[in-house]
Design a protein around this ligand. Structure first.
Ligand SMILES: Cc1cc2nc3c(=O)[nH]c(=O)nc-3n(C[C@H](O)[C@H](O)[C@H](O)COP(=O)(O)OP(=O)(O)OC[C@H]3O[C@@H](n4cnc5c(N)ncnc54)[C@H](O)[C@@H]3O)c2cc1C
Length: 383
């Protein structure tokens, strides 16, 4: 019979959310174990686009997003690695007047939250972003947003957390979660057992199953966004690009490769893995060449997908369980979790150690689905 080790907090999931929580909780004096069934950053957190943007965000996510940008700016001081964060700005392009009016609306809204965006069209747009197609009607530019390297971020948080005392277990998933006196008992696939007073569900696209174990249903389903990377060419795309209508997001790294995403690939039946779609490949590569003509004929050297938890209302599920004391959820980030995860860890740590956080996450509560059934919450759509 193996000894059962007792911790203050057990975190399930070693994506950026779980690793950020591990570091912040360890710094707050908690004994922490993080359990990852594959390896740290192996899933969405390590294979995503790397966009770090406030621009165009849903109002309900902005408090987390703003707090997270402050952390991204100081990443090297926090984890000893800047994760290649480049605040080159985010450009959202409109293809017609109707899309431009969406950008104009968001500009007013951003200003209320202290985010200044510049609207460009006509000659001013061509002068500032000469690489854009003449088809583009106008655009909004948000200085200070940018991009980072997803391969670096979750491992950097995990290494720092481990150096400061957290136990990080890889290659061994949480198999059975049971109630134990004063908390939870987690049996891993290897048979190892752990106990903790607090359980953090940071299991990404798979968080719904863990939440359902305690009756916290959240409409989060797996999707497989598709990504691409080109051969390197001299650096010329000096902003992260997105489209009001969706369909394409794109950035160039100083090494010269252009990284872009759009559309969705195919999920495996068990939803543990995914692969690119040929149709999406043709459509997205074609669209990239339409928006930035210099990308036509560029060799695409790789396409890949990742498994992301997408919530029906487009917002993540963050907060304490309404049904089980000591259980906290942070999953279903719906395509926005890379940018927000650094702050999510800080917020979880505050909730767990102090019972409250200064960051307004009330609209992200797991409780909202119960409320929505009675018509209390209406989600805003993101542009
Ligand atoms: C292709 C793609 C592009 C994206 N682009 C962006 C972007 O530009 N900007 C942005 O902000 N966001 C983006 N996202 C979203 C972002 O990557 C995610 O929201 C974020 O990484 C979620 O982090 P996570 O820690 O919640 O999940 P994950 O990184 O998926 O981590 C969850 C972990 O939990 C583990 N796990 C699950 N069940 C168990 C278990 N029972 N026991 C142990 N471990 C378990 C999994 O193995 C996994 O490693 C993108 C996502 C994808 C897929």
């Amino acid at each position: 019979m193996t000894d059962i080790v007792q911790y203050d907090v057990c975190i399930i999931g070693g994506g950026l959310v779980g690793c950020s929580a591990a570091l912040h909780l360890t710094r707050a004096g908690q004994s922490v174990v993080l359990v990852e069934r594959d390896s740290v950053g192996a899933h969405a957190s390590g294979v995503n686009f790397g966009g770090v943007r406030r621009h165009g965000r849903n109002a309900l996510e902005l408090p987390l997003s703003l707090r997270s940008l402050d952390i991204w700016r100081n990443m090297a001081a926090l984890v000893g690695n800047d994760c290649e964060f480049m605040p080159c700005g985010h450009l959202k392009v409109a293809r017609n007047e109707a899309e431009m009016s969406v950008l104009e609306q968001w500009r007013g809204f951003g200003a209320q939250h202290g985010i200044d965006v510049e609207l460009h069209n006509g000659a001013k747009l061509r002068q500032r972003f000469p690489w854009l197609s003449a088809q583009i009607y106008g655009a909004s530019f948000c200085p200070g947003d940018g991009h980072a390297n997803p391969r670096l971020a979750a491992p950097a948080f995990a290494l720092r957390a481990r150096a400061e005392g957290a136990v990080i277990i890889e290659g061994d998933g949480a198999d059975v979660i049971e109630d134990a006196q004063g908390g939870f008992e987690v049996t891993l696939m290897s048979g190892k057992r752990l106990r903790a007073s607090v359980l953090v569900n940071a299991a990404g696209a798979w968080g719904r199953t863990i939440a359902a174990r305690y009756g916290d249903d959240a409409p989060v389903n797996a999707v497989a966004p598709q990504m691409f990377v080109s051969e390197p060419v001299p650096y010329f795309i000096d902003a992260v690009l997105g489209m009001v209508c969706g369909g394409l997001y794109l950035r160039q790294i100083p090494r010269g490769n252009v990284i872009f995403g759009g559309g969705r690939g195919t999920l495996s039946p068990d939803q543990r893995s995914s692969w690119p779609s040929d149709r999406v490949f043709a459509e997205t590569v074609g669209l990239a060449g339409e928006i930035i003509p210099q990308l036509r004929n560029l060799a695409i050297i790789r396409s890949w997908t990742g498994v992301e938890g997408n919530c029906d209302d487009g917002l993540p599920v963050v907060g304490s369980s309404p049904r089980r004391q000591g259980l906290y959820h942070a999953f279903g980030f719906s395509g926005h979790g890379f940018q927000m995860a650094p702050a999510v860890g800080a917020v979880l740590s505050e909730l767990i150690t102090r019972g409250a956080t200064p960051t307004d996450i009330s609209a992200l509560s797991p409780q909202r689905f119960a409320d929505a059934k009675s018509g209390l919450v209406m989600a805003e759509s993101e542009i």
